[in-house]
Write a protein that binds this ligand. Sequence first.
Ligand code: ADP
Length: 174
Amino acid sequence: MINVFLGDITELHGTPYAAQAIVNAANERLVAGSGVCGAIFRAAGLRHLQQACHSVAPCPTGSARITPAFDLASQCVEAIIHAVGPRFSDASSDAADRLLADAYRASISCLRSAGLTSIAYPSISTGVFGFPLERAAAVSVRTLREVDGPDLAVTLVAFNEQTKLAWEEALAAQ
Ligand code: ADP
């Protein structure tokens, strides 16, 4: 099941879209950054999350790592999955599509390995990493549909209306 929700991925508790794991749009070194990464590090507790990230870094583009959720456990988040999407300008657009799909897929592998079944994603790579929004929405929906199953609850968390619309259109089109 795939849903779209407009809001902040660090504040899903108490909504119907609260998830056991939230995905961080991470960088390969797994260090605190801006955008959704900054928001997740702040909410989880910068020091603890950074320490945990150091012990599982680096994380090549297209892959994912899992850490505890630290302070976000108070919001019933059990794990943070750090997924690294491509910078759009670094790769040809076909390669970028593949790497973005890999990042979504790798996150689901981490989720399943941890025995968890619900996950919330931000729109990976569409902020600082410059991936075109509609293109990223199509890739993410196609990839998640391939791995989706009756046991899985996936929420796509849009931080703005434009992202929400792109995901809704991709879900309706595919
Ligand atoms: P990237 O470096 O992968 O492009 P960004 O954090 O710059 O990552 O942006 C990824 C997406 O996350 C963008 O669509 C941005 O609007 C969104 N975003 C930023 N903050 C939050 C948040 N608190 N919750 C959910 N999405 C967020």
